[in-house]
Write a protein that binds this ligand. Structure first.
Ligand code: ADP
Length: 233
């Protein structure tokens, strides 16, 4: 059956309502909250600081360590607390998607820790986490070549759609989830995952949507950082 109207009434190319803020955690060097629809991500940055245990240190560069976790009340069924294969995978790909914009050679023997917590989840949490982490790193004053911006696109039923909700991911006719992260200035992908089926032409269409979504998020992220720098002055 054709998917003619989105469950939440949005247009197929429409992103959910977003908001962002930085400097929300006083003990962290940098921090941010990024919300997209009902999905909320909070990120805190600590470091660069000495890396322990010692054998993990790299004498020529710093280590970026990302830790992603969903709290147990973030989803309707209680999520089992603690690490899982899913959270380890998301922590790993988050680090890989952010590392290209950092010059870690400036910080030998140290670690930059990025803690990402999801207090509320309705799909797209890894992408929201990447946006929050990127904002928190900028808030921490870590030099970055660009921000990293992320959005999930894909297919719900027979339609290519922007920014899927959990309800759409669970679509009875099948859904495809494509989390994408990119550096908006040069349009390079730093993350591209695909869960589901999609044709080559539909994938091309979805990636055009991802670029559009990332541009919208980039505008919000830039404004959030500009406003916070003005406040600090
Ligand atoms: P992402 O959140 O990046 O889209 P997934 O595709 O793995 O990553 O998860 C999709 C959504 O499924 C999550 O955003 C969340 O709403 C829900 N979800 C993930 N893990 C659980 C869980 N353990 N219990 C209930 N819902 C979950």
């Amino acid at each position: 059956m054709a998917y003619t109207k989105r469950f939440d009434g949005r247009g197929f190319e429409e992103i959910r309502k977003m908001s962002a803020e930085v400097g929300i955690i006083s003990r962290a060097k940098g921090s941010a909250r990024f919300q997209i629809g009902d999905t909320i991500a909070i990120a805190a940055v600590h470091g660069p600081r000495e890396l322990h245990p010692r054998f993990l240190r790299k004498p020529d560069k710093g280590v970026l360590r990302c830790d992603y976790d969903m709290v147990s009340f973030s989803v309707s069924e209680r999520k089992r607390p603690g690490s899982s294969r899913r959270s380890m995978e998301i922590s790993h790909v988050t680090g890989k998607s952010i590392e290209p914009v950092l010059d870690l050679s400036k910080y030998p023997n140290t670690v930059i820790d990025v803690f990402i917590t999801i207090p509320q989840a309705n799909a797209g949490t890894r992408c929201a986490g990447i946006c929050a982490a990127s904002l928190a790193l900028a808030d921490a004053g870590i030099p970055m070549k660009d921000l990293v911006v992320a959005i999930s696109v894909g297919k719900a039923g027979d339609k290519v759609v922007m920014d899927l909700t959990k309800e759409e991911e669970d679509h009875a006719e099948g859904a495809t989830d494509i989390p994408v992260a990119m550096t908006p200035r040069n349009g390079e992908y730093t993350l591209l995952q695909l869960d589901g089926d999609i044709s080559k032409d539909e994938l091309k269409e979805a990636l055009v949507l991802a670029k559009k979504g990332c541009d919208e998020i980039y505008t919000l992220m830039q404004k959030t950082l500009r406003d916070s720098f003005k406040e600090k002055k």
